[in-house]
Design a protein around this ligand. Sequence first.
Ligand code: BTN
Length: 254
Amino acid sequence: MFDLTLYKNTLSTNLIGQSIQYYPELNSTNTKAWELISKNSPNGTVVITDNQLKGRGRQANKWMSTPNKSLTYSIILYPKVQPNKMNLYSLIAGLAITDYLIEIDIQAKLKWPNDILINGKKASGILCESKISGSVIKSMVIGIGLNVNEKTTELPEELCDKATSLMLESGKQYQLEIILANILNHLENRIKNKETNSQLLDWEKRCAHLNQKVTFHSSGQKINGIFTRLTPKGQARINIDGKEIIFDSGEIVE
Ligand code: BTN
């Protein structure tokens, strides 16, 4: 059971997470967030559940989670920015999570576009979805799954060498409410105060594969190259046989 009082006492934002919709069980917090958007839920609303039954991941993957052990939540935003800022929002969400993990001595890294790795294993994934109207993003849902207190046996078996939780890496147990509120504090701070350029630099500093060889899946193709850096819009620049190619989407597989 999510402790709303503990959460509120830790939250120091003006907007993000001030409105919170808590459900003991839900199919997907992202799907619920879109339903709430259609009912005009306020900007910054957070949707959270203890037990997500049909979590959606990027590229039509599933996101599996153990009830009460991990954070599964979505943030509703009405940013009214150009659609090419979408990548930036998802990078900023990853940065906010790593801001807090680093604060509590967990050396988290980022994998483009927005996976959070600890000791090379995935602890968190982000699914950003948006609706565009005219030339602006009218509404956006940032969905975050973060493995917190899972033991190895509580992570999906097929991912046992690729996935991890905060507890597995640090040996400590965490209060989900405190983690969530702190991530939202960092997220609001980043959205309000930081220049795009400094966000991109921060992201590159925390990148797990900067200037390294990567195998990249994009539009059904497998590409080998060197991940050089981000573009000003947060796209990936990959050097393939001496030529720099820019990618809007895709996934680093190795
Ligand atoms: C990924 O790495 O593929 C992204 C995973 C995103 C999962 C989160 S859990 C909360 C929110 N609700 C969903 O259905 N998905 C996102």
